[in-house]
Design a protein around this ligand. Sequence first.
Ligand code: R5P
Length: 305
Amino acid sequence: MKHSFIIPGTSNKPLAEKISKAANISVGKTLTGRFSNGEAQIRVEEEIYGNTFYIVQSLSMPVDEHIMELCLIADALKRGGAEKIVAVVPWFGYGVQDKVFLPGESLSSKVVIDFLQTVGIHSLITVDLHSDNIIGFFEIPVVHITAVPLFAEYISKTYGKHTLVVSPDFGGAKRSRRFAKEMGQEGTIGIIDKERSLTTGAVELRGINLDVKNKVVVIPDDFISTGSTMIAVIPLLKKAGVKKVIACISHPLLVKDAAEKIAKSDLDELVVTDTVLIDDKKRKLLSKKLHTLPIASLIAPFMKV
Ligand code: R5P
């Protein structure tokens, strides 16, 4: 008889457990360790031949280690004769580097995709890619899930259906418009004119296209990394007279001191999903503002027992 298993990488084991429950697929026994010289050591201790495997691995920090681990698990499954290998990569690291922005740079998204295909992954399930352009780099099927309906439902219930959606940049306008429509609105959104330096990463804001006075505003974004976008956006909106600012972020990377900065800021609520694990220290810092929406129920329907 054929079986399906979930194989968790080390990046987000709690999420793998939740997906296992939601999809009713058991977590396979796996060794994911390190040799003393730092190299990853992988062994899948289940019957591999003829079975289906879902490797759950977010490409969060340390990104390169998590990519390598994912590739080695896939290789172990390929060599063992797995019938189907599906990579469940809720946060697709390197997805931002989907172009050669400056001469001499690598096309990093494509490199990571080539790795995954070379090691025998048959399909990919992912959540809120930074840019869906990278789907074109894949030769294998990609299931691209969005957390927008999950966020829109929460915001409608908590703050009402008329909450104004504001995109923190032009790149996020499509996501924001979808968010507004999911809340039953016609699709009017605010857009902030943001520019990020390609060399230093510094963020500069030039204003917003709508009057936001006395409004409750929600800012959808695919990820929060250093927090510099949010930290620039919040005062701009507060100065324009908003009543409340809520951020809805699919992937809470929260690198460096982002959690601290957000905790101290005037942001009223930070709503995130659990695609990326937030450590206890950051969770504690953000305890008054953080609300986490579980993503497992959106992923599970794409997995077969
Ligand atoms: C930008 O295009 C992204 O969607 C995010 O808005 C942004 O890059 C988040 O990074 P940070 O938190 O470092 O500003």
